[in-house]
Design a protein around this ligand. Structure first.
Ligand code: F6P
Length: 342
């Protein structure tokens, strides 16, 4: 069999581990060959390929990013996009395709599977917001990076008696903020699922200073104030899947807190630092297993499926299940953390 492989959407630590796992098992156990498509769906659209053999995957396990490159290309927004993909898969002799990506990439994979393309999906996103799987790889690395930043910010905030606001990624789901905030001992965590009350935030800031500590606030980029969104910022730019570019809530929040409480407040935006560099052990473990199971699904001809973590087992679920809804933070999980605020 010849198997195509691509990585789409925002990159995340662990993508190379998936590629390596699939190629190593595919070649050594099943005798399959691979074709790497560059930059997500752009690769099969433009027939842009790279060699993907055992040599190509040597030494990539600890490397962040993706050796295949990535993009947010949407073939359904391009004229004859689907036909071009089908033609180029055929031209490369591909019997199947492994698509590694988040809601957008897997959304495209789901539609292609319905149109008869032999595709198996692997879920990835640092946001951890895909349904159908308990965790996505990349999330644990992002949380650890954010936690380390919070640890460092505690000591400098204390020295200067300042509020420090840490903006983390998370457009619609606050998983990174919640997990990193809990692990780093943040005093307030603000997430998109729970519009925040600025008066309450300021009261918590003041109560923190009253006990001679400096507050650390972790805020998801997609968090919004309860009173109508005057503090949220979007750049107006949209990607091929229609997502607006977020950013700026940390700064807006810091200046609002400073104005209202008189306490000096600064913001730190972690941005793409959360997506870069080497994956944690957990992410390498999960991504490698996803790769091994994805090629097994391909070998068995079990197409239209996505590999998923359920407990400690890797299972296969219909591709549509991974993208049918966003997995957001449940109210009881947020309330559990709220006990520690202020
Ligand atoms: O989807 C993953 C993610 O990192 C989001 O948390 C973030 O909003 C978005 O990607 C940023 O996208 P880009 O790297 O294209 O700016």
């Amino acid at each position: 069999m010849r198997v195509g492989m691509l990585t789409g959407g925002g990159d995340c630590p662990g993508l190379n581990a998936v590629i390596r796992g699939a190629v190593r098992k595919g070649v050594s156990t099943y005798g399959h060959e691979f074709v790497g498509f560059r930059d997500g769906w752009r690769g099969p659209l433009d027939n842009d390929t790279i060699t993907l053999d055992i040599n190509a995957v040597r030494g990539i396990l600890p490397r962040g990013g993706t050796i295949l490159g990535s993009s947010r290309t949407n073939p359904f927004a391009i004229e004859n996009g689907v036909e071009r993909i089908k033609d180029n898969l055929a031209a490369n002799g591909c019997d199947a395709l492994i698509a590694i990506g988040g809601e957008d990439t897997l959304g495209v994979a789901t539609k292609l599977a319905d149109l008869g393309v032999n595709v198996v999906g692997v879920p990835k996103t640092i946001d951890n917001d895909l349904s159908g799987t308990d965790f996505t790889f990349g999330f644990d690395t992002a949380v650890n990076i954010a936690m380390e930043a919070i640890d460092r910010l505690h000591t400098t905030a204390e020295s200067h008696h300042r509020v420090l606001v840490v903006e983390v990624m998370g457009r619609h789901a606050g998983w990174i903020a919640l997990h990193a905030g809990l692990a780093g001992g943040a005093n307030i965590i603000l997430i998109p699922e729970r519009p925040f009350d600025i008066d309450k935030v300021c009261a918590q800031v003041e109560s923190r200073f009253a006990t001679h500590y400096s507050p650390i606030i972790v805020v998801s980029e997609g968090a919004v104030p309860a009173d109508g969104g005057s503090m949220s910022l979007v750049s107006g730019q949209k990607d091929a899947f229609g997502h607006v570019r977020l950013g700026g809530i940390g700064d807006r929040l810091a200046s609002e807190i400073e104005q209202r409480t008189g306490q000096e407040a600064r913001a730190v935006v972690l941005g793409h630092i959360q997506r870069g560099g080497t994956p944690t052990a957990f992410d390498r473990w999960l991504a490698t297993r996803f790769g091994l199971h994805a090629i097994q699904a391909v070998h068995e001809g079990d197409f239209g499926k996505m590999v998923a973590l359920r407990g400690t087992d890797i299972e296969r679920v219909p591709l549509s299940e991974g993208t049918k809804e966003l997995k957001v933070v449940r109210p009881e999980l947020y309330e559990e953390a709220e006990v520690l605020f202020g």
